[in-house]
Structure formats: C-alpha cells, structure tokens
Design a binder for this molecule. Sequence first.
Ligand code: ADP
Ligand code: MG
Length: 234
Amino acid sequence: MEEILRVEKVVKKFGEFVALNNISLSIYDQKGVTAIIGPNGAGKTTLINVITGRLRPDAGKIFFEGRDITSLPPHKIVQLGIVRTFQVINLFSELTVYQNLNVANLSKPRTLRKDLHEVMELFGLDKYRDIEVAKLPHGIQRIVQIAVAFTLSPKLLLLDEPLAGLNIDEKTRIVNVVKDLAKNIPVVLIEHDLHVVFDISNRIVVMHRGEVIAEGTPDEVYRNPVVKEIYIGL
Ligand code: ADP
Ligand code: MG
C-alpha cells in the first residue's frame, strides 16, 4: 500500500491551547474511504486546515506523494491535488451551479479542465444547471460543493462533515456520491454518524483531544476498548 499523505508529529496551538498534539498519521493511495471520527473539538477540522495550508503547524511536517508541503500556500496544495470541502458551505451563492463549477474549472490550466456537462451528469446536477445555488435545497448545495471539489481534479479528497444538517434522504444521496467517488479517488471523510462511518469506510482514524487514539479497519476500531470508553463517556 503506497502512502499518499503523511502527517509527521504535527503540533498546532491556538495561544496556550494545544489543538493538535504531536499528531502522526498516514493516508494510503488506495481507493476507498478513510473516516476521521472523534468528539467535537477533537481537532479534526484543524488537521484538515493544516494539511491544506490554511493553518501553519507550530511543529512537524506534512508530505504529499513524498514531497514536503508543510510551508506551501493553499492554492499550491490544491494544484498538487489535495482538495477539501468545508464544514460550512462556501459556494458563490448568487451564481448558478454551472457558474460555480466553471469558476473552479477556469482556475486550472486549459489542458486539465473538465467537461462540465459530464461533471453535472455524473453528480445528477444537470437539471439544476442554471439555478442560483442560494435557491437550492441544502442537500443539493452539498452535492454542488463536492462537484466543485471534483472539478479541481483531486488526487486526494478531504470532506469535512458533508452530511451535517442534512435529512435522511439527502444523507443517503451524498453517501452514494462519496462511495462512487471513492472507487477512483482516496477520500478522507470527517463524519459523526457512526452508522454511515462503519458502512462506508475501509479505514477509521479516531481523534480525541488533538491526538490519534486509534486507527484501523472498522472491525478493529469497533473492538477497541479506548474508543468505546470515549464514545460511551460522551
Ligand atoms: P473538530 O473539527 O474536531 O470539532 P476543531 O479542529 O474545529 O475540532 O477544533 C479543535 C479545538 O481547537 C477546539 O477546541 C476549537 O475550539 C479550537 N480551535 C479551532 N480553531 C481555532 C482558532 N482559529 N482559534 C482558537 N481556537 C480554535
Ligand atoms: Mg470540525
């Protein structure tokens, strides 16, 4: 199994508060989903922010495909192929679905651009093509968000709570989208719903108070007594 991303002894502090406490973990270049779970405040979003260059770590290093990316700015990291979505939807809400995808597409060199009609078809967005994002249901906005990320040609896709605030039907739809994507691209999924996590993941990483406290197959994590204690202790 080839390592695509390596986080090595990363520390991130906010003032005196240690949000990431010497974290090391690897993501492998395998199809499928690696879920990151853990209670609120565990440091999951901070970890994504550090990986994607939005935050600088106070110590430690991050390698992508063997290359040190620790001090690269966010746009360079996207160009290398690490693409993330945000917990809070960050689309251009006054633009249409097509226009949002187009903004992402035009940010890439001409030869790497995607056929947006194919992208819209792939995500079932054709019928929403010319609708302003603000007018779409929350669940469809989430799909647009993922489609925008896909348009940026990710080699590694990081999804920060894409199911947050959705109803059951919308969740099912996004889960299917994520499963499809994960057939071709390694996906890291931050998610609270353990039913979804155990259904969708090949690998689970458990964070707690800025540390990785367990990782392994869903079976291994399920049987891990430390994980049980934290989840029952909640
Ligand atoms: P999670 O995504 O696992 O819920 P976060 O990574 O968002 O957790 O936050 C981890 C901890 O770091 C929380 O206690 C949060 O309040 C704190 N934190 C996150 N971002 C900042 C920031 N920009 N400034 C200060 N504290 C922060
Ligand atoms: Mg978070």
